[in-house]
Design a protein around this ligand. Sequence first.
Ligand SMILES: Cc1cc2nc3c(=O)[nH]c(=O)nc-3n(C[C@H](O)[C@H](O)[C@H](O)COP(=O)(O)O)c2cc1C
Length: 312
Amino acid sequence: MFDIDPRKISSEDFPKEKSIKEKLLFLLNYAVLAPSNLNSQPWKFSVKEDSVEFLPDFDCWLKVSDPDKRELFISVGCALQNFIIAAEYFNLSCSVHYKKETVDVTVSELDTYSTSSLFPFITKRFTYLGDFKNEEVDRDIFNLYTSENHSLHFINEEETKSQLCLLSLEADMFRYIHPKYKQELIDHLPPGKFENSLMRFINKFSQYIANRELPQDLQKNIAAISIDSETPISLIKVGQAFENIYLHAFSKGIYIKPQSCTLETPMAKKRINELLLKNTNRKIVQIFFYGYPTNVDSHFTKRCSVKEKLVN
Ligand SMILES: Cc1cc2nc3c(=O)[nH]c(=O)nc-3n(C[C@H](O)[C@H](O)[C@H](O)COP(=O)(O)O)c2cc1C
């Protein structure tokens, strides 16, 4: 059950009568369905009799677009959260111990039946790449996922949204021009996707130059997550919250589109922090658009098997 295509996982196959270790290996199939920057899947697992250690996989680190490993650790957190949600669904309680840049999860069987409303959406979730309807979304669902570790910010003012949009246009341009950045994109996007995204960018850019109009996809609903110190563990915790947001939104028909390029170059990152946080010491670590989709083109990206991600 750990050498299969994780996309084919079914809750019917949960090894009820088998050892905890077998159960952990099964549950990791849900962990790897998590989102990650450019689908880099930068996680590894060390499985013991009743525990799993979640580790960053630096072989999958995208050095050019993610120099400070921000997205790498957030992605590990997303996988960790999927694992915890799946474990609870199958009546296993998780005791989570955060270390320096890894996380140990020890599980034990529960007698009582627990419900996990997010579990069914782990296999259904995907990243939406289309446009959003021009509709407000009830934000209350997101407030469930603020914590001492991080804050959620909603970007309301039209002027701030316009500036954010311009910054994202500039950051996008940088990644198509910078040879190493461009190469990293080409290497990690599925065939044909680089050309598609370049064409989308050129259309947006020419629209801006010709009409001085900001692109039509200036999204109505934009949110950001900030933390006060950028440590691996606080980023992993942001990833856990972000995955909860992804899944909870999905359960309500709301789609999430992470927007990372503005945080991927030092200059754009500095300006985004000035724009959204003014003069505080906090740092924006994730930006995302959200809303109701104009058309749902569900597409499921590929994943490595759990076996490929096991270490001793
Ligand atoms: C930390 C992080 C940053 C991401 N940044 C972007 C982004 O800037 N643009 C985008 O379209 N998707 C972004 N994504 C989504 C990934 O591209 C997506 O998760 C991955 O391709 C796998 O596809 P799936 O989410 O549909 O399973 C990001 C995801 C994570 C976890």
